[in-house]
Write a protein of this length. Structure first.
Length: 199
């Protein structure tokens, strides 16, 4: 049995299902909401690249990609993945995360992180969960830090961006002992009254 098996996760109207080719049109529509592929610091596929994006996700041996969907309608809202999975030390990373523009700054990302972190720590028994992001993706860095993750450092000259420039990568992690407090904070954020200013 593999350390990370395909699984469906659901809470608060959000369902994460294993990514497949049946999600191609939905991913295209989600990415088109905001033309997200134009952001040089993300890995969102252009519409004509969506099938290749899915194929790459499925063929990467240490990655489990999800389609983020509306649990009621099945509409695809974005995608996220467990990746760089290391069974020997019970470590996974969460990344390749993006959402349609209309879903950003809503409960969707917080719910997805709650689902994925709960699965990682409480089902898989992970010792640590990591994140990595572009050094210029300040919104992503703030979102990761709001979760309670610790900044581990920066790997300089680490990866290519879609425009061919070389990025530095900011690394974060959360250990199992820190999870109970982070979980309590995520639940608090999801349960507090939401307004347009604190969404």
């Amino acid at each position: 049995m593999a350390f990370v098996e395909p699984v469906t996760l659901e809470a608060r109207g959000v369902r994460l299902v294993p990514l497949g080719f049946e999600h191609e049109a939905g991913l295209q529509a989600a990415a088109s909401d905001g033309e997200l592929w134009k952001l040089r610091i993300t890995s969102v596929p252009e519409p004509h690249e969506t099938r290749d994006y899915i194929e790459t996700a499925l063929q990467t041996g240490n990655r489990l990609a999800f389609a983020v969907t509306d649990a009621g309608t099945g509409e695809v809202l974005g995608s996220s993945s467990f990746h760089d999975i290391v069974p020997a030390i019970k470590r996974v990373e969460i990344g390749y995360t993006w959402y349609a523009a209309r879903c950003q700054r809503t409960h969707i990302n917080t719910t997805c992180k709650l689902l994925m972190l709960t699965h990682a720590f409480e089902t898989l028994g992970c010792h640590v969960v990591g994140w990595r992001t572009d050094n210029f993706n300040f919104a992503s860095q703030k979102a990761i830090e709001r979760l309670g993750a610790r900044k581990d450092g920066v790997i300089r000259g680490h990866a290519l961006r879609r425009d061919g420039t070389i990025r530095d990568t900011v690394m974060y992690s959360l250990r199992a002992g820190e999870w109970p407090e982070v979980k309590a904070q995520l639940l608090y954020l999801l349960d507090k009254p939401r307004t347009p200013n604190n969404a």
